[in-house]
Design a protein around this ligand. Structure first.
Ligand SMILES: CC(C)(COP(=O)(O)OP(=O)(O)OC[C@H]1O[C@@H](n2cnc3c(N)ncnc32)[C@H](O)[C@@H]1OP(=O)(O)O)[C@@H](O)C(=O)NCCC(=O)NCCS
Length: 295
C-alpha cells in the first residue's frame, strides 16, 4: 500500500453542482501559472455531462478538512484523465493520490493505456508523470490573435451567424473534418453538449460559410474573458480557398463587437493546423503536453 504524506483529504464522486467550484480551482491554477484565466467558465459542466461519464464511477473531488475543494479527478472512457490540485494544497501528495485513483479506475474499465494533459508550466505535475514512466504523446498550443474588423469573404462564399436550423449539417461537417484525428465519432447530442448547447455558446459570433446554399465551413464560438474558438472546420473539397481565414475574421470581428480584444483557441499537434493558424496571424501563447502510459 502506497504511503502518502498528505493531510486527510476526503473524497467523494463529483456532482454537477460542483462544476462552478471546480472551475474556480482550475482558474486558481491558471492564475498561479500564467497570471490570467483562460478556461471557459462552463467547460467543467460540459465535461461532467459527457455521455461516457458516470459521475459515481469516473470522478472524485477531494476536500480539505476545512471543507475547501482541494482537487479533483475525472476519467473519460478509461483513456483520458484530468487531475487538478488547488495551488494552496500543492506539494501534499494529493496529485499522487488522485493519479493512483485514475489509474485504478482505468484498469477497472480494462483499458490498456491512459493519457492526460499537463500544463507545461505545471512542473510538479510534469515531474509526477515523468517519474511514473509516462511518455510524451502530443502537444496542444493555446493560440491568440487580436480581434479586428471583418475582411471580405472569398468570391462565391457567403458568411453568416450560426443558424440552429442547420445544426445537424454543422455537426456532420465538423465530425467529418475531425474524423482523421478522433478515435470515435460523436453523436449529435454529445457534440451539442460540448458546443451549441453550452451556456457560453455565442450564436452570433459563430460563423457558417455557404457556397450557394450548401454549408461548407463552420466556426463554433464561446464566450470567456476572451473570445474563444471551440471548433473550426472546412469541408474537404472546399479547402485552400481562404474560407477558414474569412470565417475566423468574421468571428473575431463579432468578438470585438462584444468587447473582447483577443481571440484564443487550442490546437493539437495531431491536426497539423498550427502552420495554418500562424498564417492567419495567430501566435502561440502557451502549451500543454499530452502524456500517456501503458497500464
Ligand atoms: C485547417 C482547415 C480549417 C483550413 O481551412 P481552409 O479553408 O483550407 O484554410 P484557408 O484556405 O483559409 O487557409 C488559410 C491560410 O492557411 C494556409 N493553410 C491552410 N491549410 C494549411 C495547412 N494544413 N498547413 C499549412 N498552411 C495551411 C493557407 O495556405 C492559407 O495561407 P495564405 O492565405 O497565406 O496562403 C481545414 O483544413 C480543416 O477543416 N481541417 C480539418 C479540421 C481542422 O484541422 N481544424 C483545425 C484544427 S483545431
Amino acid at each position: 500500500m502506497r504511503q502518502y504524506r498528505f493531510m486527510e483529504f476526503s473524497t467523494r464522486p463529483a456532482t454537477l453542482d460542483d462544476a462552478p467550484a471546480i472551475h474556480q480551482l482550475i482558474a486558481a491554477e491558471e492564475r498561479s501559472w500564467h497570471g490570467q484565466v483562460e478556461a471557459v467558465p462552463d467547460a467543467v459542466a460540459a465535461d461532467l455531462r459527457r455521455p461516457l461519464i458516470k459521475l459515481e464511477l469516473d470522478t472524485r473531488v477531494a476536500t480539505a478538512p476545512n471543507g475547501d475543494l482541494a482537487g479533483w479527478v475525472w476519467v473519460h472512457g478509461g483513456r483520458h484523465a484530468k487531475i487538478d490540485v488547488h495551488p494552496s494544497y500543492a506539494g501534499l501528495g494529493l496529485g499522487t493520490q488522485l493519479l493512483d485513483w485514475a489509474e485504478a479506475r482505468a484498469r477497472e474499465i480494462g483499458t490498456d493505456w491512459l493519457a492526460q494533459i499537463v500544463d507545461d508550466s505545471d512542473q510538479a505535475g510534469t515531474d509526477m508523470l515523468r517519474s511514473r514512466g509516462y511518455e510524451v504523446l502530443a502537444t496542444n498550443w493555446l493560440l491568440e490573435r487580436p480581434t479586428a474588423p471583418q475582411s471580405p469573404a472569398p468570391p462565391g462564399i457567403r458568411l453568416d451567424a450560426y443558424d440552429p436550423a442547420r445544426s445537424h449539417e454543422v455537426h456532420e461537417l465538423i465530425e467529418q473534418a475531425f474524423a482523421p484525428f478522433q478515435p470515435r465519432a460523436k453523436s449529435y447530442d454529445e457534440w451539442a453538449e460540448l458546443t451549441v448547447a453550452r451556456s457560453t455558446f455565442l450564436p452570433q459570433a459563430s460563423t457558417l460559410a455557404y457556397a450557394d446554399d450548401q454549408l461548407v465551413g463552420a466556426v463554433i464560438a464561446l464566450d470567456g474573458d476572451e473570445g474563444y474558438v471551440e471548433q473550426l472546420a472546412v469541408q474537404a473539397d472546399q479547402r485552400n480557398k481562404g474560407i477558414a481565414r474569412a470565417m475566423l475574421d468574421r468571428t473575431c470581428a463579432e468578438f470585438l463587437r462584444n468587447g473582447r480584444t483577443t481571440c484564443i483557441l487550442w490546437t493539437h499537434s495531431g491536426t497539423g493546423a498550427l502552420a495554418m493558424y500562424e498564417r492567419l496571424g495567430m501566435r502561440v501563447r502557451r502549451s500543454t503536453t499530452v502524456y500517456r502510459t501503458q497500464l
